[in-house]
Design a protein around this ligand. Structure first.
Ligand code: SF4
Length: 423
């Protein structure tokens, strides 16, 4: 078992078998279910939470609060991009335990000198591997070159802040001229997601992770960013809909104008939109203008959980379904961006709901991402009705069986890889 002290140091507790969690249940795991902590992952101590171990006799679960008189806290890992956690950390909350900030908490254990985590590498694409982002000097040079090249382009100025202050790996890739460039454009949103990374209401139990864009980039500023990326990068992707903005479909007319401008200048690159799928008509307009792919985000394929989490304003789950249908019908590459929480996403009722959704909407790809939120806060907020967990690997196999040609991954692929099943 791994645990932390109150100074954030993480220790092993020889003799105590680690426990993990799925939904609201504690479970034990075998060594084969664990991988070494990926490079660039973080370790957290969990305030107000006691670690839980599995008893050698009987296999029951117990919490522990002290070791040789020193108070203990539960420990957790936050995985580097491209990895999907299969289990949560096991802990018992003490009175007055604070709500945790927005990270995707995974279980962690220790073997010898290694930290081990219940996780799967879900995408081999290296674009956000921390190992290729240890280049701040090179980045600083690239940022100043771009700021000189695009004077007055507010979007380039925004991305320079994103790449440095917020350490956005996508924005770093724009300046370093590789992989996928982010193209934020919308300060407002018609959803109010419980776990929104860029806007949290006053009184929310956790802060937003980064400030939201506060201006409206013009089609000219947008197309300039995309064209420069496509001209510099082979198999490039440029994506509307980023963590530092609201909903891009609300700027559909401007984005369509920008896409047309791009396509007048270059046929290279993949134009993608990450969206909540709220406005089917705007989806059609953007497809008419020339986008290549669309990624629609869901915390759940079930109406009740979707609407509890997204708290949509002026649209509903049927609009999202219509957008997916239109995109499939029109032949663009369609991804579901499904936020995974172990014990919820893979519970029997949710798994069946997802299979029905895939029957109705045979998408090209499921991007499996870890939901960044306090698991207890989330489950309570959405009115979690527990059913038996199948296990994340089992759910992934069910998706593969249901849709043999589907891509399971994490990142928006360039069109050169639309047909490549990588799982
Ligand atoms: S759709 Fe995106 S921007 Fe809008 S509330 Fe949800 S997470 Fe935030």
């Amino acid at each position: 078992m791994a645990y932390s002290d109150h100074d954030g140091n993480v220790y092993d507790y020889p003799g105590l078998e680690p426990a993990f969690r799925t939904g609201k249940r504690f479970v034990g795991l075998d060594a084969g279910d664990l991988i070494k902590l990926p490079f660039g992952s973080y370790l957290f101590s969990l305030p107000g939470r006691l670690p839980v171990y599995r008893e050698a006799e009987g296999g029951g679960f117990r919490s522990i609060d002290r070791r040789q008189g020193v108070p203990m806290l539960a420990a957790s890992a936050f995985l580097a991009s491209g990895y999907l956690r299969t289990h949560l950390p096991a802990f018992v909350k003490t009175a007055g335990a604070p709500v945790l900030p927005m990270w995707a908490y995974a279980g962690v254990a220790i073997s010898g000198n290694d930290f081990l985590v219940p996780a799967i590498r879900i995408d081999e694409d290296p674009r956000s591997d921390p190992a290729i982002h240890r280049n701040d000097e090179e980045l600083a040079q690239a940022v100043s070159t771009a700021l000189i090249k695009f004077p007055g382009n507010r979007l380039v100025a925004q991305l320079s802040r994103c790449s440095t202050d917020y350490r956005c790996l996508c924005a770093r890739n724009f300046f370093l001229q590789r992989h996928e460039a982010p193209v934020p454009s919308s300060p407002s949103c018609n959803s109010s997601c419980v776990g929104c990374l860029s806007r949290q209401e006053n009184g929310a139990p956790f802060p937003a992770s980064q400030p939201r864009l506060d201006f409206l980039p013009t089609p000219e500023e947008i197309s300039e960013v995309i064209v420069s990326h496509f001209q510099a990068v082979d198999a490039a992707v440029a994506s509307f809909g980023q963590g530092c903005e609201g909903e891009p479909l609300l700027r559909g007319n401007n984005l369509a104008a920008a896409v047309r401008m791009v396509r007048e200048r270059t046929g290279r690159g993949t134009i993608n939109i990450n969206t909540n799928g709220s406005l089917p008509e705007m989806v059609s307009l953007l497809i008419d203008s020339g986008i290549d792919s669309i990624r629609i985000s869901l915390n759940s394929p079930s109406r009740q959980y979707y609407e509890k989490y997204y708290r949509p304003s002026g649209y509903g789950f049927d609009d999202v379904r219509r957008s997916v249908g239109i995109a499939i019908e029109r032949g663009v590459f369609v991804s579901l961006n499904l936020f995974f929480l172990p014990g919820f996403t893979d519970m029997e009722t949710e798994a069946l709901s997802l299979m029905r959704f895939l029957d109705d909407f045979p998408v090209n790809m499921v991007q499996a991402r870890n939901l960044n939120i306090d698991p207890d806060y989330y489950l309570e907020f959405i009115g979690f009705e527990e059913s038996d967990p199948l296990g994340i690997p089992v759910l992934l196999d069910m998706i593969r069986e249901k849709r043999p040609g589907i891509i399971l991954g994490y990142y928006n692929p360039p069109r050169e890889r639309f047909g490549a099943v990588q799982n």
